[in-house]
Design a protein around this ligand. Structure first.
Ligand code: ADP
Length: 839
């Protein structure tokens, strides 16, 4: 279908008649229909043309000059085709120029120029646009629209709203004219060409070509831009990071510091005497360190390692002293008594002095707390001129604590042996391994195994700590170990040690230690050295009896310290010059109410209550065993804080009683109606079986309703038939009985040989009955009015009375008594075998 544009109802009718219009020659711009554009006009002729238009219907022809530079164009210099526009606004500017806003209306051709001096005037003829609608045109419109969309995306200078407007235009001619305005990079001639293309389809096609060319350029441009940007970003990032790193390093001043640190280490490696292996290793590590970042975690690990190796006293020794006389003097100076112990120590030192090398076994001091084990070790250090270092093994359950962790673990450290050596700073100290019996082992490995290596003179010249991973020579270290009891020490370790037993002190010894050592030391520690302070012997005795209950003297020292501190307060108040005397009566004033009764024995003889004796790691102690008989069915109930094995002892005790029931006057079915309840109010330590005779005595007493002598204490294991078996720890038990105020102690006959070790004072103060059978125990312990009536006549058992051996009621000469353990001349007959012993 053909139609004339002028007939299009949307557009106002444009009469196809030539009419005369003033002309505005344009430089470098082509105005298209539908385009609103501001123009700055300076040339006089042009201003005149505008004024002419304003004075009529504001219509003016806008046509471009062929060359923008031409200042005073003639008719030939102007393109023949232009656009008729209307002036929307006209503004005169102060400098005489004019700003005008025009809107393009329609294409027009200059037919001829009308001669005029003041401005161009020409006769124009409107150009008709014929549109032939077709599918092709439709397709073209769409392609142009989508291409324009792409173009807008690439060309950021076009506002997105433009795209919206363009997409609503369906008319080919208008579409082309609208789009061409936005293609900023199209040359003037190309624009003019488009203006002159009157067929809208052709115009669109041409535009399509131009746009595609433009897009291609834009795409290449974009690629280049992004490449450049990336490059820029990379260099920028590197630059920024570098700057930052430099700033940090500067801040820490580390590079320089690091250099000096390395130099210092090099210097140290040169001057420090190390083992060959050690020296090689630190040099290697230092080389590694040099290549590391100073603040990195690895550098810290390497640095620590070097520090440890350099910090060890590889060949640093303190001068040893082998003067035995001086050593003896020092041991005596520091400790009261302990004659045998000191002798053993001096023998040990004598051997060292002769061989000049520690090859023998390690000393192990065994005894209850507070008997001076640690202080003896200190004295040995002082006597031999060695430094002293102490390591407590109590609670150590991990091999790594002895031997260290491998360096691969985070925060790994050498073991405690190496740590202690570094602390003491000498390679030949006295090294006290305290409480070796308190070590335990679990899944983390056995610390005792590591200790074996440490203590074995054959192996310890090349002790290998996991952290150092170097052989370290421990053979000059004098190891001394301590323990409270032998039973806690693994046998292989015991094998490598020379055991020296220390036992608890008697009251007499404690008193002497207090007077000679503890009081002067506490006086000095509390600043009372120059004060005339006397604590009387009676006062000290009171403290020993009523404020302490121990084998050693640790609490005693503490209590004396307490007294001294209180006195110090008084001295500050009342001055140094007056004498201070502390008598027994004043002690409660200083230490409060007494903590213990002097005698541990009860007020009166009781049924079913017997004093036993026990040996604990803290020394000996008395131990009460209570038995009551209650209605029941023959059960034996045993309660209290018990060790295993107690039940068996109780059963054995009961079996003995049943085997003797007729003798003891018990009915045949005496157990069928009763339960026997055995109770230990206090903790029963490891040697549970030695309470056997005690339980049997309490049971017999309760069943026979005969009280037990309260001044009697006993110890001994019992067999099913009532034989009394020997026990351990006799000395500690006797000391405990003595402390508790017991007057008669019943012990197994087989233990007679151990009496040799009991201090005379203790022996003299008590009656000691040596028994072989429980019948004898009952005879001694129970308050029978006529024991012969029950047990028959008998030969009196062997006993010590006032330190004298009495056999069959007669005192045996002195020589015998002083050598207990040898068979006496007259052997006491065994107890009368009572009827019913074997059933
Ligand atoms: P242990 O190591 O056996 O537990 P300590 O060596 O710590 O005991 O001794 C505790 C305190 O008792 C120390 O101050 C010590 O000097 C003192 N002491 C122990 N026995 C004696 C003694 N025989 N002579 C002098 N002081 C002693």
């Amino acid at each position: 279908m053909f139609f004339n544009k002028s007939e299009d109802p949307k557009n106002p009718v444009t009469p196809k008649k030539a009419h005369v219009l003033p002309l505005l020659p344009l430089r470098d711009i082509i105005v298209f229909p539908h385009m609103v554009v501001p123009l700055f006009v300076g040339r006089e002729k042009s201003i005149n043309a505008l004024e002419e238009a304003m004075s009529h219907d504001k219509e003016i022809l806008l046509a471009a000059q062929k060359r923008a530079k031409t200042n005073d164009p003639t008719a030939e210099d102007i393109f023949a085709m232009g656009t008729v526009g209307t002036i929307i606004q006209l503004l005169r500017l102060p400098d005489g120029t004019v700003k005008v806003l025009v809107e393009g209306k329609r294409r027009a051709v200059i037919k001829r120029f009308v001669p005029n001096e003041e401005f161009f005037l020409c006769e124009v003829e409107a150009v008709e646009e014929v549109i032939q609608a077709s599918v092709e045109l439709e397709a073209l419109v769409r392609s142009v629209q989508s291409t324009f969309e792409l173009y807008v995306k690439l060309n950021k200078r076009i506002a997105p709203e433009t795209l919206m407007t363009v997409q609503t235009i369906e008319e080919a001619a208008r579409l082309a004219d609208t789009i061409v305005v936005h293609l900023s990079s199209i040359k003037l001639n190309d624009r003019q060409e488009i203006l002159e293309t009157t067929d809208p389809a052709r115009r669109l096609e041409r535009l399509f070509e131009l746009m595609n060319a433009e897009i291609e350029i834009l795409q290449v441009e974009k690629k280049i831009r992004s490449r450049v940007k990336k490059q820029m970003e990379k260099t920028q990032k590197e630059y920024y990071l570098n700057e930052q790193m430099q700033a940090i390093q500067k801040e820490l001043g580390e590079r320089d510091e690091f250099k000096t640190e390395i130099q210092e280490l090099e210097e140290k490696i040169k001057t420090k005497k190390l083992s060959k292996e050690g020296s090689g290793r630190v040099k290697k590590e230092l080389k590694k360190l040099k290549m590391m970042q100073p603040m990195s975690a690895e550098a810290t690990v390497v640095r620590n390692y070097i520090d440890w190796v350099l910090g060890l006293p590889w060949y640093d020794v303190s001068e040893e002293n082998y003067d035995l006389e001086a050593a003896e003097k020092i041991l005596d100076e520091d400790h009261y008594g302990l004659k045998k112990v000191k002798e053993r120590i001096l023998e040990y030192l004598a051997v060292q002095a002769l061989v000049r090398k520690l090859r023998g076994p390690v000393l192990c001091l065994v005894g209850p707390p507070g008997v001076g084990k640690t202080s003896l070790a200190r004295s040995i250090a002082r006597a031999t001129g060695r430094k002293f270092v102490r390591l407590s093994l109590g609670g150590v359950r991990d091999e790594a604590e002895i031997r260290g962790h491998r360096r691969t673990y985070i925060g790994a450290l050498p073991g405690r042996i190496i740590q202690s050596l570094r602390k003491v700073g000498a390679n030949n100290p006295v090294f006290l391994l305290d409480e070796i019996d308190k070590m335990s082992s679990d899944f983390r490995g056995d610390p005792a195994a590591a200790l074996l290596e440490v203590l074995d003179p054959e192996q310890n010249a090349g002790f290998n700590d996991h952290y150092l991973d170097l052989d370290y020579d421990l053979s000059d270290v004098m190891f001394i170990t301590t323990a409270n009891s032998l039973s806690g020490i693994p046998l292989p370790l015991q094998d490598r040690m020379e055991i020296i037993q220390l036992s608890g002190y008697t009251e007499f010894e404690k008193l002497n230690i207090a007077v000679k050592y503890l009081v002067p030391r506490q006086k000095e520690e509390t600043g009372l050295k120059d004060v005339n302070l006397e604590i009387t012997e009676n006062a000290l005795r009171t403290v020993i009896h009523h404020y302490t209950k121990e084998s050693g003297v640790r609490s005693l020292e503490r209590e004396i310290g307490s007294v001294c501190r209180k006195v110090a307060r008084e001295v500050v108040k009342s001055g140094k010059d007056k004498p201070y005397r502390i008598a027994a009566k004043a002690i409660p004033k200083y230490l409060g109410v007494p903590k213990f009764r002097s005698s541990m024995i009860g007020e009166k003889d009781e049924i079913g209550l017997t004093n036993g004796l026990a040996y604990t790691t803290y020394g000996g102690t008395t131990l009460e065993c209570e038995v009551t008989v209650v209605p029941g069915k023959g059960k034996i109930v045993i309660t209290g804080l018990l060790e295993k094995g107690m039940q068996e002892s109780a059963q054995a005790a009961m079996s003995y009683i049943r085997s003797r029931q007729r003798l003891l006057g018990l009915e045949d079915d005496f157990l069928s109606k009763v339960d026997v309840h055995v109770h230990f109010p206090e903790f029963v330590p490891k040697d549970g079986p030695s309470a056997g005779v005690t339980m049997a005595t309490s049971m017999a007493s309760a069943l026979m309703k005969v009280p037990v002598h309260r001044t009697v204490a006993m110890t001994g294991e019992i067999t099913l038939r009532g034989r009394v078996m020997p026990i351990g720890g006799l000395k500690e038990k006797m000391l405990a009985a003595h402390r508790a105020g017991i007057t008669t102690v019943i012990i197994p006959k087989e233990n007679r040989k151990d009496l040799r070790e009991i201090p005379r004072r203790v022996l003299n103060a008590m009656r000691i009955v040596l028994v072989e059978h429980t019948d004898e125990v009952l005879r001694e312990a129970l308050c029978f009015s006529d024991p012969d009536a029950i047990f028959g006549r008998r030969t009196p058992p062997m006993e010590y009375r006032g330190g004298q051996l009495v056999v069959r009621g007669a005192t045996v000469p002195e020589g015998e008594a002083s050598e207990p353990g040898t068979t006496p001349a007259v052997v006491p007959a065994p107890t009368v075998e009572a009827p019913g012993a074997q059933q």
